[in-house]
Structure formats: structure tokens, C-alpha cells
Write a protein that binds this ligand. Structure first.
Ligand code: ATP
Ligand code: MG
Length: 871
């Protein structure tokens, strides 16, 4: 069965059990401070488990892109070395939200594996949670145990500890006991030697877990305690690539058709063979795995960068480049060339790989090239470190500096040093690394207390589309402390007019007013999952009061002008540059807007003017806002609304329409485009290969801009004697300036020529030497030219010129080569010795040398003593 079929069989099976098939959520998470990437199938459904949102069906099934490269679940270092852990993998799942529980979950898992996929049940083992006698004090999951007994012989049911059989997404959140299903795919000979039972959960490459059925019944709180969830849920996750390995009768995920096409391509490009040599194998596995992670992430809108999620992606790609560089001898970008096969192979299930192929390739190629340059630079730095090292051990601090300042990875340093017969001090290196980590922890440490709940069971409502003021009650609050912001409070209200930062738009500011008139400022508003959090420096005195919550109207309005303008800009860019333009990032502030989009060349000045005119025409057109809430997603898309990759949408969406511009958008907007008054682009630049950035301003900011420009214009006109045509006047000035420069050049040349004639007349003959020592009025370059011109006419010339320039003294000495040879004279020595009079030093060659000094009054004395040299 090929991978495609295996995937669809899974989804169809659960569809037949009344599940709705839903698409994979984007891999990169926004609005979740506890998690950077989706690391398991359940992450996108967290809000359903916590009861903060409702799914459209209590039974869902999907295949979810997961990335395990940071935080609690981090498999990065395993990847490539073993044959069954990936960075990016698909997790097939079936979900019950307060619907069926253990009975059906277990029965269906068994039915699918044994009856549908026809896996021999004699290669299967299952586990149940044995309980824990720690603070959680949980007992054996007898419920699961008894259900399993109906399907599988008891000696194949193993009891497992908390590490393997109690599933937690992170330090906080929904969790519960689980039952894993393992396969033993060893040969009969191997099985005869060692019982499979003893290999379960022992990291054996052919006795591996394929499916985990999690019985979600608790919520882990920030203080570490467990509380029962209001409803019990099922969360299952089956590793798609591992399932393919079993069903395709392979011993490694990399031998399935998920990976073989990519591996074949790597072999062709790098002229290597997979399966011949372990180092090569590891490198090929690393690369074939990492290109998937990076490509999917870029398709989801997360480009490699220097911070946060972008940095994780950059590190993954660099790991791949490094393995290629070291073990496959690849010195040119090549990983981007694998995107083609990947898109062919997986594009059907994940169409974003096809639609964004060019961008993915460009970004990867550029990253590769830049990291390869880093590697080259690192190699030469490493050479010079080795040269200056006494003994055979390089300082750990040097290796750290290579890594920290130049981005040159320590394992590569280690490898190269070994080849040269060197080592480095790892203790010293680790100490430096620890120091750096400590600095990082200190600057970013954020500590949050548990929530204090004031109103139980209070769903909160956002009313900020319609109102900017409301009477609100405090539902819960907590204190958070960070190095950067100090102590702050996070407040949650029963309803709120404050827009939380999201969709690129900044969060609202404003204030809370207590009945007695006391005021507390809201500094920012953010969203954590679906909860709106208001940030303040203080708490109200009486927490149970009803408060007047007031949004800062001015800031909100300016932000809205910029948000609406962003939509018009997006429309304009697609109209003028073409429909390949796709939003790649947007940041809407009260003072300006920033819009990143895919486009493969610089936007010309004419195009920018056109775009500006396009937007301003729509502002002048007085287009009214048409907002629709709760539109079914398909309907909105059919209407022509644009959905963004990497954005997570619900089943129903909100659409914002101004004339022909229709976008899915949760942000706030002006009532009419005429509110924007005017739109002005302030800059256009590149952000990454194939991605451009436009910054622009609207309304008051444009007024300020015009005022500044106008003031400047008036000042310029004034300087130009209030001429009516300043630009023309400047042109005239420029022309005049050019003419004057030419004239000066000519005059200087003439002067030098005259000077040469005059000086020649002053040269005297003494002891067979043509001699002149004199102070002249030229700079060092002029003197040099003069020396060589005069020098070309003599074969016995000795010149010493002194000059004063900007308060500094120079002495230049010229001696014909013949004199140098005959009399052993040396210009360098002359200026060194005479240089003491001008309090300076210098040098040069035996026939020409110059000294500089800070005492011009010594020039005369130096010139005086020049004669001594030819006596
Ligand atoms: P393992 O112990 O093998 O690392 P796990 O306990 O971390 O697995 P779960 O968190 O329970 O796995 O995830 C559910 C399923 O997802 C696993 O049964 C496995 O099939 C798959 N899986 C987990 N991690 C990876 C990975 N890094 N690469 C590929 N598949 C994975
Ligand atoms: Mg794991």
C-alpha cells in the first residue's frame, strides 16, 4: 500500500465511525506562549479540550503536521542517527471531545490495525499506565487494561510508567494516562533470541511505538497540580511514517515511499549511495528529513530568521547543510533542489507545497549559500587559530567565539581539529556556553503565578468590533514578572472592548475606571489561545467592582486607518504586480503599517507610484466597510476572500470588504475608506530572497509627513533666493559646481607644472649630487608625484621636501636609485632620523620615504640637516 493510500484509509475509517475529516492546522503556532510549534496532533485542539471553544463535531479525524525540535518534545539530535524519529512528521489522529472514551477508542484502533490494515496481531504489544505514587498519586488504569483484554492476549499487555504512559503536551494543559501500541518487526531469528516484550520502550529500532491513545481526563495547572477536566476526551496519535514502515514491510521509515524519492534525488545530486557507509547514511537521512521540516515551515509562512521559531528553522536547515558539507562533500547549495520531488510527492495532501514552491526554493537556496559562506569563513579562521595554538589543544573560548560570533558549529570545529590532530578544551567551551545561556535566561525569564479566579465559569466575550467602552467585571488575574517589564498584571474580563494583538494588528491600550473614579491604565492587550489578556502595572483596589473599560480611541482609529490601508495595498499590489503577490507578514501599528509579500524583484518607483495611486483612488472613492461575521469558510472563499497560509481559521470566519477587496480578517477597520484621508508609501526593501517589504503611513502621519516635507521645501527655496523653480535652480548650481571643479583641477595642474620648473632651477650640484631641500605647499600625494617627475629627469637626485598640512608636518625624501646603490643612501633612514624634528616617524623604501609628525615648526631644522647626508 503506498503512503497516499495508507493516509486516506485512516481518514476514511474514522469517517465511517462518524468523524469529520479536518485539514492539518499550520505547524507554526501564534498566540500560544507555551508552545512554538505544533508538536502533537492535539495541540491545535487544545482550546476544545480546555472547554474554551467548541468543535463543529465532537468526533474529528485528521493528519497533523508536527515538529519536534524544541521544548518538551525535542527529537532533533536523534534525527538521522535512528530510523524512526523525524523532525517533521505526520500524526494521524482520531478525536473525541466529550463524546466516546476508552471503550471505542481501543476497539477502533484494534479494528483498524488488524482488520483494515491487516497487521498480524502477533507483532503487536500494548501498554497501560501502571499508576504513580508521587505527588499525583494515580492508580493503575484498570479500565484500559480490562478493555484491552477483550482484544489481545493478556501477556501482550504491558504496564508502563509515567514517562511512557502518562501523556502531557507541555508543563501545563490537558493530560492523562495513555495506552501505546508497539510493533515488533524483527526477523523470526531475532525474535527467537530475545522476547519482544523485553524490548518495548527500550529504543530498539525495530520494536517501536506506532500509536498512542491518550485518555484525556486532567488539566495540569501552573503550580504542578492536576485537576479533572469537566469532560473526558480521546486524543490519539499515530506516526504516519512508522505506520508506512510496518505496512510496506520495511525496517526503517527512510525505506518507505515517503522518503525514497527524496533520497534517490540526494544520491543523484551528490553522487553518493545510500546504504553503503554509515556516515553517508546519517547525512542523507538528516537532509531528507530536514528539507521536509524547512519546506513545510516556509509554506506555513515561517521563514528562517534570527529569533524565535524562525531561528529554530534556520538551525534545522543549517544542520542539514553541515551534514552535507561534512559527509557528502557538498560545497554548493543543493537542498533547495529537493523541493521539486517533495512537492510532487506530497503536494496532493499538502497543496501549499506546490503553490509556494518557488518561494520555498528561493529561501532555502539563499540560506544555504549564506551558511556555506559562513562555513568557508569559519574554516579559514580555524586555520589561523590552529597556527597560533601552542601544543595540541585549542582554547575552548576560541571555539565558542567561532560558534557565537561567526556561527561556526562546534561539532564541525571538533571534527576538523581531530583531522588535524588537535583537540579543544570542552570544559572551557561548556563553561562559556553556560554563561551565555545564563545571560539569556536572565534577560528573558518570565515567571507567572497561577490565576486567581474571581468569577467561576465565566465565558468572556469580545465586543470591540462594535463598542469602545463597556462596563466589565474582572473574571481572573495573575501576576507575571519578567526582567524586561518587571512586575505586571494580566487581567481577564467577562467582556471586553479591547482588541487583542493579532492578525498583525497591535493590541489596544486604554484604561479601567473604578466606581470611585480611580483609574488603571491598560498598557497592551494580547491573546493567549482564545483568552483576551489585558496588561496593567497595577491591580484595582476593589477587585469585585464593576469597571468602565475604555479603549484609547485615537490610537485605535489610527491603527484602523493603517489596517484598512493594508487591505487596499494588498489588493493594489496584486492588481499592479500580479497575483503571485501573497501576504507574507503584516504589522499594523498606530503610526505606520508594514507589509511583506512575495515578489521576485525590486518594485520600481513607477510601480510604487501606481500602487499609491491605486490605494488613494479607493480612499477618494469613499468605500464603505462591509463586514460579515460567522460566514462559513467555504462560502467566504467562494466569494473571493483570500485566506493566508499558516493562518488558522475556524469553521466560520469574518470577512472584511471594501469595494473589490475581500479578506478574511479578525482585525478592526475604519467605517469608510475616506476616513484614511491619504496613503503614502515611505519605503520599499527586501526582507529575504523573493520577499519584499513596503512601509507606509496614513492620515495624521501623512499630514505630519507633508508638513515636514513642506518646511524643508520652504527652507530650500529660501536658500535659493525664493526662486519659483527650486529644482531647476539646484540643477544650475550643480552644473556650475562641476564646471568649477574642472577649472580648479586645471589650475592645480598648471601650478604643479610651474612649481616643477621653479624647483628645477633651485637644484644645486654638490659632490656629484643634484640636491634640493625645501618647504613647499603641497599635500603628500602632490609631493610624491613631484618627486617622481623630477626624479625621472636625473640619475643623481637627492630631494627632501617638507610641508605643513592642517597643522601637521610631513617630510618626504627622494633619492635616485643609482645614488642609493653607489653611496649607500637610504630615504627611509633619512626620514626616520630627520623625523625627530617634527616629532614624528615614518618610513618607506630606500628611494622614496615619507614621515609624518605633529610639529611643523621643526621642518626648517630638518631641511637644514639634509645637507649632511651628501657631504
Ligand atoms: P517515541 O517514544 O518513539 O519517541 P513518543 O512517546 O514521543 O514516541 P507520542 O508523543 O506518543 O510519541 O506520539 C504519538 C506517535 O507519534 C508515536 O506513537 C509515534 O508513532 C509518532 N512519533 C512520535 N515522535 C515522532 C518522531 N519524532 N518522528 C516520527 N514519529 C513520531
Ligand atoms: Mg518521543
Amino acid at each position: 500500500m503506498n503512503a497516499q493510500d495508507i493516509r486516506s484509509k485512516f481518514l476514511q475509517f474514522f469517517e465511517s465511525k462518524k468523524h469529520s475529516i479536518v485539514p492539518s492546522a499550520p505547524m507554526v503556532l501564534k498566540n500560544d506562549p507555551t508552545l512554538m510549534f505544533v508538536n502533537s496532533g492535539m495541540a491545535p485542539f487544545k482550546e476544545y479540550f480546555l472547554g474554551n471553544a467548541e468543535p463543529k463535531n465532537t468526533r474529528l479525524t485528521d493528519t497533523q503536521k508536527c515538529l519536534r525540535v524544541s521544548g518538551k518534545h525535542n527529537d532533533l539530535e536523534e534525527v538521522g542517527y535512528d530510523t524512526y524519529h523525524h523532525t517533521l512528521f505526520e500524526m494521524l489522529g482520531n478525536w473525541s471531545f466529550g463524546d466516546y472514551f476508552k471503550e471505542e477508542a481501543i476497539a477502533w484502533a484494534w479494528e483498524l490495525l488488524v482488520d483494515v490494515y491487516k497487521i498480524d496481531k502477533d507483532i503487536l504489544y500494548v501498554t497501560v499506565f501502571e499508576g504513580s505514587d508521587d505527588a499525583d498519586n494515580l492508580s493503575l488504569d484498570t479500565e484500559a487494561f480490562d478493555i484491552w483484554k477483550k482484544h489481545i492476549s493478556e501477556d501482550r499487555i504491558l504496564k508502563g510508567n509515567k514517562k511512557d504512559n502518562f501523556w502531557e503536551m507541555g508543563d501545563q494543559g490537558p493530560c492523562g494516562p495513555c495506552s501505546e501500541i508497539h510493533v515488533d518487526i524483527r526477523t523470526p531469528e531475532e525474535k527467537a533470541k530475545v522476547d519482544g516484550k523485553s524490548l518495548v520502550n527500550q529504543d530498539h529500532p525495530q520494536v517501536v511505538e506506532i500509536w498512542n491513545l491518550v485518555f484525556m481526563q486532567y488539566n495540569r495547572k501552573a503550580n504542578g497540580s492536576l485537576e479533572p477536566l469537566p469532560n473526558k476526551h480521546i486524543d490519539t496519535g499515530m506516526g504516519f511514517e512508522r505506520l508506512c514502515m510496518v505496512l510496506q514491510d520495511k525496517k526503517s521509515n527512510y525505506d518507505t515511499d515517503v522518503f525514497t524519492p527524496i533520497i534517490r534525488e540526494i544520491e543523484t545530486i551528490t553522487n553518493t549511495n545510500y546504504g553503503k557507509n554509515e556516515k553517508t547514511n546519517i547525512a542523507i537521512r538528516v537532509i531528507s528529513d530536514h528539507v521536509r521540516a524547512v519546506a513545510f515551515s516556509i509554506a506555513d509562512g515561517q521563514l528562517p530568521s534570527n529569533t524565535g521559531a524562525g531561528y529554530v528553522i534556520r538551525r534545522i536547515l543549517r544542520r542539514a547543510v553541515r551534514y552535507g558539507f561534512t559527509f557528502l562533500n557538498t560545497k554548493e547549495p543543493f537542498i533547495y533542489r529537493l523541493v521539486e520531488v517533495l512537492a510532487q510527492k506530497m503536494g496532493e495532501a499538502f497543496p501549499e507545497l506546490i503553490s509556494q514552491k518557488q518561494l520555498i526554493e528561493n529561501v532555502i537556496r539563499e540560506e544555504e549559500a549564506s551558511f556555506l559562506r559562513t562555513l568557508e569563513q569559519g574554516l579559514s579562521l580555524l586555520d589561523s587559530i590552529v597556527e597560533t595554538t601552542k601544543g595540541k589543544e585549542v582554547l575552548g573560548s576560541k571555539v565558542f567565539e567561532l560558534k557565537d560570533t561567526y556561527g561556526f558549529p562546534e561539532d564541525l570545529t571538533d571534527l576538523i581539529l581531530r583531522e588535524k590532530g588537535y583537540t579543544y578544551n570542552t570544559e572551557e567551551f561548556n563553561a562559556e556556553l553556560e554563561k551565555q545561556k545564563q545571560r539569556g535566561r536572565e534577560s528573558s525569564a518570565l515567571q507567572s503565578d497561577d490565576w486567581t479566579i474571581l468569577l467561576e465559569d465565566n465565558e468572556q466575550e469580545f465586543i470591540g468590533y462594535d463598542r469602545l467602552e463597556a462596563q466589565v467585571r474582572l473574571v481572573k488575574y495573575r501576576k507575571v514578572t519578567s526582567k524586561k517589564e518587571g512586575e505586571q498584571f494580566q487581567l481577564v474580563f467577562n467582556l471586553t472592548p479591547f482588541y487583542p494583538e493579532g492578525g498583525g494588528q497591535v493590541g489596544d491600550k486604554g484604561y479601567l475606571e473604578a466606581p470611585n473614579g480611580d483609574v488603571i491604565y491598560i498598557l497592551d492587550t494580547k491573546k493567549e489561545n482564545s483568552v483576551v489578556i489585558h496588561i496593567s502595572k497595577n491591580l484595582p483596589n476593589n477587585l469585585n467592582d464593576s469597571f468602565k473599560a475604555v479603549v484609547d480611541v485615537k490610537q485605535r482609529f489610527r491603527t484602523e486607518c493603517n489596517h484598512t490601508a493594508t487591505h487596499l495595498l494588498h489588493q493594489g499590489l496584486r492588481e499592479i504586480l500580479g497575483t503571485h503577490v501573497e501576504q507574507k507578514g503584516s504589522s499594523v501599528h498606530s503610526k505606520y503599517l508594514r507589509f511583506d509579500f512575495s515578489h521576485f524583484s525590486k518594485v520600481t518607483a513607477e510601480q510604487l507610484e501606481e500602487v499609491e495611486a491605486f490605494v488613494n483612488a479607493r480612499i477618494a472613492g469613499k468605500l464603505a466597510l462591509q463586514e460579515q461575521r460567522n460566514v462559513p469558510m467555504d462560502e467566504a472563499i467562494n466569494d473571493g476572500a483570500m485566506a493566508l497560509f499558516g493562518e488558522k481559521y475556524g469553521d466560520t470566519v469574518r470577512t472584511i470588504r471594501f469595494g473589490q477587496s475581500i479578506e478574511l480578517c479578525g482585525g478592526t477597520h475604519v467605517k469608510n475608506t475616506s476616513d484614511i484621508w491619504h496613503f503614502k508609501i515611505t519605503s520599499e526593501s527586501a526582507v529575504a530572497s523573493g520577499i519584499r517589504r513596503i512601509e507606509a503611513i496614513t492620515n495624521d502621519a501623512v499630514k505630519d509627513y507633508f508638513e515636514t516635507v513642506d518646511n524643508e521645501y520652504v527652507a530650500i527655496k529660501h536658500l535659493l533666493n525664493n526662486t519659483k523653480e527650486p529644482a531647476k535652480a539646484v540643477l544650475t548650481l550643480q552644473d556650475e559646481n562641476t564646471a568649477l571643479k574642472k577649472e580648479i583641477e586645471k589650475l592645480l595642474k598648471d601650478k604643479a607644472k610651474n612649481l616643477k620648473g621653479d624647483l628645477k632651477a633651485e637644484i644645486t650640484e654638490e659632490n656629484g649630487v643634484a640636491f634640493l631641500a625645501k618647504q613647499i605647499d603641497l599635500d603628500a600625494g602632490g609631493i610624491k608625484d613631484l618627486c617622481f617627475e623630477l626624479g625621472s629627469q636625473y640619475s643623481n637626485l637627492f630631494l627632501l621636501f617638507g610641508a605643513e598640512n592642517d597643522g601637521k608636518a610631513i617630510l618626504s625624501c627622494y633619492i635616485s636609485k643609482e645614488l642609493v646603490a653607489e653611496k649607500g643612501l637610504n630615504a627611509g633612514q633619512v626620514v626616520r632620523e630627520l623625523g625627530k624634528h617634527i616629532q614624528g616617524g615614518g618610513g618607506g623604501q630606500s628611494f622614496f620615504a615619507t614621515a609624518g609628525g605633529k610639529n611643523p615648526s621643526g621642518i626648517a631644522q630638518a631641511l637644514e640637516e639634509a645637507k649632511n647626508y651628501i657631504k
